[in-house]
Design a protein around this ligand. Structure first.
Ligand code: G1P
Length: 280
C-alpha cells in the first residue's frame, strides 16, 4: 500500500522575485489557497497521508501552514469566519507532516535522495507543487496509485506539449502497452527540440520504487550539472520497468507567471465561485 508522498520544495522561485524573496514560492496563493495545499489535497485524495517535505532555507512558512495556529483558532472560534479555515483544518487532521532539509541545491534527483530519511524502504509518490493538476474525478495521483497497484513499478506522469516547449521538460520515448500507458525506452532531461525523442513531457507527478535511491546515488550530475531524477529513471527503466502515463486532467505550469495567472483565473471561475465563496 502506498502511503507516503514527498514534496521537494527547496527551490528558490526566482521567476517570482521579489514576491519569493522572503516567502516560499509554494505558499503563493491561487485565489485563497497556497499552491502547495492543492498538491497535498491531491495526495490525500489518493490515500497518501504521510507527507514529507524536502525543504531549504526560508521555507518555514510551509511548516507553519500545516500546523495548528492556536492564536488564530482562538481569535476566530465561534465567529462567522471559522469556515475560512475548514480546508486546511481537514488537511491537518487527515495527514501527518515531516520535514528534512536539502543542504545544497544539487538537483531534483538529489532532493529526492535526501527524502530517503523520511521514506525508508517503500514505494512512494513525488509531487512537484509547481505543476497544478486538476481533474473532475480522480486526481492524477489517485490515477497513478491505481496503476501502481496493478504494475508495481515506477511511473511518471506525461503530457503532450508543443515542440517549442519541449526543452523545458524531461521527455520520454516508449512503447504504448495500452491506451495512454507506455513502457519507457528512453528519457532525456530538457533536450533541444530537434533531439527530443517524442513530444511527451514528464509532469511533476512520480511514483517511485525504493531501489531508485541506490540508483540516484550512482547517477552522475547531468543537465545543468545537477543530479537529475530523469537520468536515474532511465537507468531504472533499463534494469527493469518504468511506465509513463498520459493522465486524465488539466495541468497548469504554476512555475511560470503566465501559467500561474491562467491557473488563478481557472480556479477563481471553476472552483472558488462555484463553491459560493464569492458571496460569503
Ligand atoms: C523538473 C524535472 C523535469 C520535469 C519537470 C516537470 O524540471 O527535472 O524532468 O519535466 O520538473 O515540471 P524543473 O521544472 O524543476 O526544472
Amino acid at each position: 500500500m502506498l502511503k507516503k508522498c514527498l514534496f521537494p520544495v527547496a527551490g528558490y522561485g526566482t521567476r517570482f522575485l521579489p514576491a519569493t524573496k522572503a516567502m516560499p514560492k509554494e505558499m503563493l496563493p491561487l485565489v485563497n489557497k497556497p499552491l502547495v495545499q492543492y498538491g497535498v489535497e491531491e495526495a490525500i485524495q489518493a490515500g497518501l497521508t504521510e507527507i514529507g517535505f524536502v525543504t531549504g532555507r526560508g521555507k518555514r512558512a510551509i511548516e507553519d501552514h500545516f500546523d495548528t495556529s492556536f492564536e488564530l483558532e482562538h481569535q476566530i472560534a465561534g465567529t462567522g469566519k471559522e469556515h475560512y479555515l475548514d480546508s486546511v483544518r481537514s488537511v491537518i487532521s487527515e495527514a501527518s507532516f515531516s520535514y528534512t532539509r536539502q543542504g545544497e541545491m544539487r538537483g531534483l534527483g538529489d532532493a529526492i535522495l535526501q527524502g530517503q530519511r523520511l521514506i525508508g524502504d517503500e514505494a512512494f509518490a513525488v509531487v512537484l507543487a509547481d505543476d497544478l493538476c486538476l481533474n473532475d474525478g480522480d486526481g492524477v495521483l489517485a490515477q497513478m496509485v491505481q496503476l501502481y497497484n496493478q504494475f508495481r513499478c515506477s511511473i511518471v506522469a506525461v503530457d503532450e506539449v508543443p515542440k517549442d516547449q519541449i526543452h523545458k521538460f524531461g521527455v520520454i520515448a516508449g512503447n504504448e502497452i495500452k491506451p495512454g500507458l507506455f513502457q519507457v525506452t528512453d528519457m532525456v532531461e530538457k533536450p533541444a527540440a530537434e533531439d527530443a525523442p517524442s513530444n511527451m513531457a514528464i509532469i511533476g507527478r512520480y511514483i517511485l520504487t525504493p531501489d531508485i535511491f541506490d540508483i540516484i546515488r550512482e547517477t552522475p550530475p547531468g543537465k545543468n550539472g545537477e543530479v537529475q531524477i530523469t537520468d536515474a529513471l532511465l537507468a531504472q527503466a533499463r534494469k527493469g520497468c518504468v511506465l509513463a502515463y498520459r493522465f486524465k486532467g488539466r495541468r497548469f505550469d504554476c512555475g511560470s507567471v503566465d501559467g500561474f495567472i491562467e491557473a488563478t483565473n481557472f480556479v477563481y471561475e471553476n472552483i472558488y465561485l462555484s463553491e459560493g465563496e464569492g458571496q460569503k
